[in-house]
Design a binder for this molecule. Structure first.
Ligand code: ADP
Ligand code: MG
Length: 499
């Protein structure tokens, strides 16, 4: 059952409309859906086995603490169409975003001004900010900086149907799935072959973000300059997604770099700094701390906050340091869209600024005052055009539609309003696919996708010594879910099929 092609543009339409419809058409008519039920079942059975063989793995909900029982990480049966030009645009802007995040992280005046209203009402951001100020006042011991981020986009078709790449957010801490996503192209290639689509199978691009991430970590480790020091992955108590992290870890072991996995609690109990603020844990010096947790309030109790402070005060390379974590807040994202802001943060880089701005959609401050009042009134009048976002990561926190209206009406005159920002809702073109999840029936879903590009950079003092786009991640979910990622059980892993 091929997806229906859109109606052709009427005769005598302007040239632009014709070009637009052909771009949409390409995305819609390249349906890879199987046409027979037995073929579909055969492909789905093979897909699951291929995923298990390729290592697209997750620990199970039932046994999240052990690898004795694992299953496949959820993924799409078929790759999803992504316009090639927009895919390339997303790659082309990644080094610019790396520069921008790094610039924001070094700009105390900008961070203070931007987050001033937020930290009055948002306790989590306020606590991060306190550590940020405290370490600056003491003076930074860290001189090598490592950024690993993922800039996420959807392809908007809202205005006149012209597909446009629009940024959802940039994740500057614990950006995940760089490991597992490198293993999905092989699975999808095999599925397409089973479906008799050998030519299409050859069009799936290979991708290895975990290698790029590891190269960044290895460079930071090298510049730290102690052969015997280790890389510490700071991990959560429940580690269902451990295989994704192991991909990066293995790349480091292959380069003879020792990796240890520890929790905040271990740091609290056994971590210490020497006179030069070198970080030690269990007698081992730590060169790089790679956070795979620490981005939500639930990750912290009073002892964990103390551990975080100890890490931030240390000379070790934190990925990210606390300033870079703050640079990834939704409030910062919103302030970056103000006219002239990018120019101020990236002076002399007009081309970078233009590429970045091209990916922005409308973002609005809800700070108390006339500007915020107008924005709130607009959103209450047309909630379906917006997304209301608190300063949280990890999916499932945003508000849409009637719920957005209800919450905004309730808080529109209270300072609580300033803990949120408002964003234009991006409206991608849905397409049909099968979302494969353990113990779920095989059924077709209307889906939308989100493309992420991994960025890696290393700075030593003032000098950028590495700045790269390190690969991509495509996640797809059924349209009935407004929010949520793979870890939240909503989206699944996918592979872009360039059209
Ligand atoms: P989080 O930090 O929780 O991942 P995001 O900003 O990425 O926050 O939002 C979570 C999800 O909500 C996204 O993956 C996307 O599916 C949806 N979403 C966020 N912003 C928008 C938007 N402007 N338009 C449409 N959907 C959005
Ligand atoms: Mg997100």
């Amino acid at each position: 059952m091929p997806a229906r092609a859109p109606l052709p543009a009427g005769n005598g339409r302007p040239v632009k409309a014709k070009r637009v419809s052909s771009a949409r058409e390409r995305a819609q008519t390249c349906s890879l859906l199987p046409t027979s039920a037995p073929r579909l079942r055969e492909a789905a059975l093979l897909a699951v086995d291929a995923a298990l063989l390729a290592g697209v793995l997750m620990r199970t909900q039932e046994e999240p603490d052990a690898s004795e029982m694992v299953n496949y990480a959820p993924f799409t049966l078929l790759p999803s169409a992504v316009p090639k030009a927009l895919f390339e645009q997303a790659y082309a802007v990644q080094q610019d975003f790396n520069l921008l995040v790094d610039a924001v992280s070094q700009n105390r005046e900008f961070l203070e001004r931007t987050l001033a209203s937020t930290i009055k009402v948002d306790d989590f951001t306020a606590r991060l900010f306190r550590i940020y100020t405290q370490v600056l006042e003491e003076g930074l011991a860290q001189s090598v900086f490592l950024g690993i981020n993922r800039s996420d986009y959807m392809i908007d078709c809202a205005v006149d149907g012209t597909p446009a790449l629009k940024q959802i957010e940039i994740n500057t801490i614990a950006a995940s799935f760089g490991g597992l996503t490198s293993r999905t192209p092989a699975v999808h290639r095999q599925v397409l072959k089973v479906l008799g689509k050998t030519e299409e199978a050859s069009r799936l691009v290979t991708n290895n973000p975990s290698q790029g991430l590891a190269l960044g970590i290895a460079k930071a480790w090298e510049l730290y300059g102690s052969q015997s020091a280790v890389v510490m992955f700071l991990v959560e108590r429940v580690q269902r997604n451990i295989f994704d992290q192991r991909c990066v870890e293995n790349e480091l072991w292959n380069r003879n770099i020792r990796v240890i996995r520890r929790r905040f609690r271990d740091v609290f109990e056994k971590g210490s700094l020497d006179d030069a603020r070198r970080l030690y844990i269990d007698g081992q010096e730590v060169a790089v701390v790679y956070y795979r947790e620490g981005y939500v309030p639930q990750n912290y109790d009073p002892q964990n906050w103390e551990a975080r402070l100890l890490l931030e005060r240390s000379r070790a390379v934190k990925c990210p340091d606390i300033a870079t974590q703050l640079a990834g807040t939704k409030k910062v994202q919103q302030e970056l869209t103000r006219p002239g802001m990018l120019e101020r943060l990236l002076p002399g880089r007009a081309a970078s600024v233009a590429r970045i701005r091209e990916t922005f959609t409308g973002l609005y401050s809800l700070d108390l005052g006339e500007e915020g009042d107008k924005v709130a009134a607009k959103a209450i009048a047309a909630p379906d055009h917006f997304v209301l976002k608190p300063q949280r990561e990890g999916g499932g926190n945003n508000l849409y539609g009637e719920e957005l209206r209800h919450v905004l009406e309730k808080i529109k005159d209270s300072p609580e309003r300033t803990s949120y920002i408002l964003m234009d809702k991006i409206k991608p073109q849905p397409s049909k696919n099968y979302l494969l999840r353990p113990h779920s029936p095989l059924k077709v879903s209307e889906c939308i996708s989100e493309l992420g590009i991994f960025g890696v950079y290393v700075r030593q003092g003032k000098e950028m010594v590495m700045n790269k786009a390190a690969g991509h991640l495509l996640r797809t979910k059924a349209i009935e879910h407004a929010d949520g990622g793979v870890a939240a059980g909503v989206a699944v892993l996918d592979t872009p099929y360039l059209v």
